[in-house]
Design a protein around this ligand. Sequence first.
Ligand SMILES: NC(=O)C1=CN([C@@H]2O[C@H](COP(=O)(O)OP(=O)(O)OC[C@H]3O[C@@H](n4cnc5c(N)ncnc54)[C@H](OP(=O)(O)O)[C@@H]3O)[C@@H](O)[C@H]2O)C=CC1
Ligand SMILES: O=C(O)C1=N[C@H](C(=O)O)C[C@H](O)C1
Length: 265
Amino acid sequence: MKIGICGCAGRMGRMLVEAVLDGEGASLAGGSERAESPALGQDLGSLIGRASLGQFVTGCVSGLFDVSDAVIDFTTPAATVAHAALAAEHGKVLVVGTTGLSPDDEAALAAAARRTVIVHAPNFSVGVTLLTALTERAAAILGPDYDIEIVEMHHRHKVDAPSGTALGLGRAAAAGRRVALDQVWCKSRDGHTGPRPAGEIGFATLRGGDVVGDHSVVFAAEGERVELTHKASSRAVFARGAVRAALWAEGRAPGLYSMRDVLGL
Ligand SMILES: NC(=O)C1=CN([C@@H]2O[C@H](COP(=O)(O)OP(=O)(O)OC[C@H]3O[C@@H](n4cnc5c(N)ncnc54)[C@H](OP(=O)(O)O)[C@@H]3O)[C@@H](O)[C@H]2O)C=CC1
Ligand SMILES: O=C(O)C1=N[C@H](C(=O)O)C[C@H](O)C1
């Protein structure tokens, strides 16, 4: 499968170029950056510290879709929405890792997924996908006596909060309790908050240094506490998962799929 990478010069973009080059069944179709990017014209091999590939960072994303069977996009919400429309137009698989999408952005992805295959996940690691499934089950089993708090820490460059993964874990916990997350969430606390309302799902966000991505789901009751934790120490786990999702997507019916679909969880 020929795979193109949008945002190929970014932290994840470079990991994705490596994962495609090293992935069985995958070959690199090319990589794009925004039209004004200083990375345009750079060799994709040199970009990741390997031998030259004779393939260069392009600003023509439509051309990238032309030469790809699947495109992987870890960029920004605005870019992802534009790429979803292009994927639908070209009938190509799109794998989206971008987080911080607004409800309108999510709706745009869902609309594009009526015409093509889109796999969208806030976290493509196998470990977090399992953690998400476990969180849903734990929330259902433990019930309302256990207060749910989700704690995440990421590197100082991260621009969205809470992380997409934290929100995904919150959604899973809410599903386990058969409630809608946006009816019960508390995304941050400050000042005289009063006691914790029953049924709330709380979030705490830490930022600093080079932390790749830590997530914990805490179930706290009177007399005991259960904590489920995942720590990523390399972005390679996200990149390998995204390539796995692209290969899985080949030949599927149009629709919006998740990493849980890819892993059958
Ligand atoms: N789902 C998952 O498993 C994971 C998701 N993420 C998410 O992926 C996203 C990217 O993260 P990260 O790599 O750290 O961020 P970076 O800022 O390092 O990379 C984003 C890249 O996208 C580029 N870009 C912006 N607009 C466009 C465009 N229109 N076309 C092509 N490229 C564009 C940026 O260029 P420029 O800097 O010039 O604007 C940059 O090179 C974030 O939303 C993050 O939360 C991260 C890790 C795992
Ligand atoms: O921005 C990041 O780096 C990450 N973002 C994703 C998120 O928002 O959950 C996934 C991962 O934890 C790294």
